[in-house]
Design a protein around this ligand. Structure first.
Ligand code: AP5
Ligand code: MG
Ligand code: ZN
Length: 209
């Protein structure tokens, strides 16, 4: 199954995609994770992307389309995948139609106030992509999955979060009607707790498998 996860920053795309990919045995393709790794490794893409990401703006479409084209051509994508954070603009969605057949678009809806709370307390593992929240971490400072030290993302500060939400509402939210018009959209209440969101998504995906 080829799946898109769509939703604002902090909606839980990464949290749910990682768990569901483990369950279904398919890769999680997070463009945010790919770009953060490129920035860390100072690759040509990373050097271009850094400024946009730190300002909470979208990295130009042509860079993202190229990244996705290369990634979807790899062998592990043959049995399906979850796209986490792509597409994020109508031109990206149109480019994707030429290279992939999408089966379902999972939309996670969460209100802005909750998103701000979630992002301000988020801690992440840059090595394996796992995501945590300070409210449940206690005094733990390392990743449960791989032992790496957890960090706070540079774009999780109040000003940048505000920009990211604006960018989502202006540039990414139009994809909701784009995919609903194609009959691919399944919307979920992302305000429920993590296990409840997981269960409702799996129920829908299970019925299609
Ligand atoms: P990206 O990394 O994709 O960031 P994002 O879309 O802003 O989404 P987040 O990763 O912030 O949120 P999430 O939905 O994954 O939430 P999470 O599960 O972590 O992109 C970063 C940047 O890269 C962009 O700003 C842009 O510059 C660039 N970029 C990436 N893709 C691009 C593209 N296609 N085009 C152009 N530029 C691109 O959860 C958040 C927190 O909430 C965690 O602490 C988690 O524990 C907690 N949480 C999760 N679910 C729940 C729940 N149900 N209840 C309570 N807490 C919860
Ligand atoms: Mg994410
Ligand atoms: Zn880790």
């Amino acid at each position: 199954m080829n799946i898109i996860f769509l939703g604002p920053p902090g909606a839980g795309k990464g949290t749910q995609a990682q768990r569901i990919c483990d369950e279904l045995g398919i890769p999680q393709i997070s463009t945010g994770d790919i770009l953060r790794r490129a920035v860390k490794d100072e690759t040509p893409v990373g050097l271009k992307a850094k400024e946009y990401m730190e300002a909470g703006k979208l990295v130009p479409d042509e860079i993202l389309v190229e990244i996705i084209r290369d990634r979807l051509a790899q062998d592990d994508c043959k049995t399906g995948y979850i796209l986490d954070g792509f597409p994020r603009t109508v031109p990206q969605a149109e480019a994707l139609e030429k290279i992939a057949d999408i089966d379902v678009v999972v939309e996670l809806a969460v209100d802005d106030e909750a998103l701000i709370r979630r992002l301000s307390g988020r801690r992440v593992c840059l090595k394996c992509g796992a995501t945590y929240h300070v409210s449940t971490l206690g005094d733990k400072t390392t990743c449960d999955k791989c032992g790496e030290t957890l960090i706070q993302r540079k774009d999780d500060n109040a000003d940048t979060v505000k920009n990211r939400l604006e960018v989502y509402h202006n540039q990414t939210a139009p994809l909701i009607s784009f995919y609903s018009g194609k009959g691919l959209l399944k919307s979920f209440d992302g305000m429920q707790d993590i296990n409840a969101v997981y269960a409702s998504i799996m129920q829908v995906l299970g019925n299609r498998a």
